[in-house]
Write a protein that binds this ligand. Structure first.
Ligand SMILES: NC(=O)c1ccc[n+]([C@@H]2O[C@H](COP(=O)([O-])OP(=O)(O)OC[C@H]3O[C@@H](n4cnc5c(N)ncnc54)[C@H](OP(=O)(O)O)[C@@H]3O)[C@@H](O)[C@H]2O)c1
Length: 325
């Protein structure tokens, strides 16, 4: 496994997202025991970057990660997020990045994760009610107290990133980026490079679509949230299959799997990029982690890079509405 730096923080180039292991985002069958084995296998393979959030579950995903890391805490860069659970409102889901909420959130996350410090603490979504300066000021206090090592933002717009970075150095931005979501390339990536901020692409496998295993909504269970995601329905899905076909053709050429091609393409976009593919299965974490060794030729990178990005918004309308733009 190769390692890169997000700002000053060293992480494995390929990390592991724990979200699909629990909670409202759960997709497909899984078990807690297999999830824990998946985390352990990732660590054994040299993965040092684990991503969770207070809202995943809520809470149960941090508990699971904390359980898996017992005795192995020092082997990982542990990232979690605040701001989508409102503790003043009895822990109900909702944007809340007020300093008071952050104070409550961090104590809960530390406890569930079984640690005295969070390596990378992200604001999960920008809260339009709270100036970003107040939010980052509150997290900077946690850094001064040793509860947090580095500060991150998720789905923040360029202007917000600049304002936040002026208060306290931002180490990483987490936003969706993959072969079917290319939006960060226009404004975000150049800004991050200007400011020396690392980039953590989430959903690097397009929620599983880029692996080629979903070719129709019939492949999805009735309660699978992707059934109503704009990119997985109707004509959009048919158009988006062209992306997958190209990924599969490249995979056959290279002797790799489509998931590995999707990850290798991302890795080739810069040594400041550390994707966090999500899985709750040992076999898949082995497959995804092995993408670190997959090299694409210049011609393959160009062909993949020239693909038309996905048809359809990346989230449903109400989710997009909560995104800082
Ligand atoms: N900051 C944010 O707002 C935000 C939003 C979304 C996600 N995230 C983070 O990013 C991580 C990854 O995102 P994601 O889970 O949305 O999407 P993803 O990594 O693009 O895809 C995950 C999906 O693909 C499946 N999968 C994984 N590896 C596979 C393989 N090799 N072959 C076939 N299927 C495979 C997984 O199923 P199984 O789990 O059943 O294997 C899961 O359904 C999350 O865990 C979370 O930590 C952050």
């Amino acid at each position: 496994m190769k390692y890169i730096s997000l700002g000053e923080l060293q992480v494995s180039r390929i990390g592991l997202g724990a979200m699909s292991m629990s909670g409202f985002y759960n997709v497909g069958e899984g078990s807690e025991a297999e999830s824990i084995r998946t985390i352990h296998r990732a660590l054994d393979l040299g993965v040092t970057h684990l991503d969770t959030a207070e809202i995943y579950g809520p809470y149960t995903n941090e508990e699971l990660v904390g359980q898996a890391l017992k005795g192995r805490r020092d082997q990982v860069v542990l990232a979690t997020k605040f701001g989508l659970v409102s503790h003043a409102d009895e822990g109900s889901p909702g944007l809340d990045s007020s300093p008071a909420n952050i104070r409550v959130a961090v104590e809960g996350s530390l406890k569930r994760l079984g640690t005295d410090h969070i390596d990378l603490y992200y604001q999960h979504r920008v809260d339009p009610k709270i100036p970003i300066e107040d939010t980052i000021g509150a997290v900077a206090e946690l850094v001064a107290e040793g509860k947090v090592r580095y500060v991150g933002l998720s789905e923040a717009a360029p202007a917000t990133i600049r304002r936040a970075h002026a208060v306290h150095p931002i180490t990483a931005l987490q936003t969706e980026y993959s072969l079917w979501t290319r939006d960060p390339e226009d404004e975000l990536l150049p800004l991050l490079r200007e400011l020396g901020i690392g980039f953590v692409p989430y959903s690097p496998l397009g929620h599983g679509f880029l692996t080629g295993q979903i070719r129709s909504t019939a492949d999805l269970a009735d309660d699978d949230w992707r059934k109503t995601n704009p990119r997985f329905v109707g004509e959009n899905l048919q158009r988006n299959l062209r992306i997958v076909d190209e990924v599969q053709a490249t995979a056959a050429e290279v002797g790799a799997t489509p998931a590995q091609i999707a990850l290798a393409w991302l890795l080739a976009q810069g040594n400041d990029i550390a994707p966090i593919p999500g899985t709750k299965r040992v076999a898949r974490v082995e497959e995804n982690t092995a993408a670190d060794a997959v090299e694409l030729s210049a011609a393959q990178l160009e062909r993949l890079g020239n693909l038309t990005p996905a048809a359809g918004e990346r989230h449903e309308e109400h989710v997009m509405a909560a995104i800082d733009r």
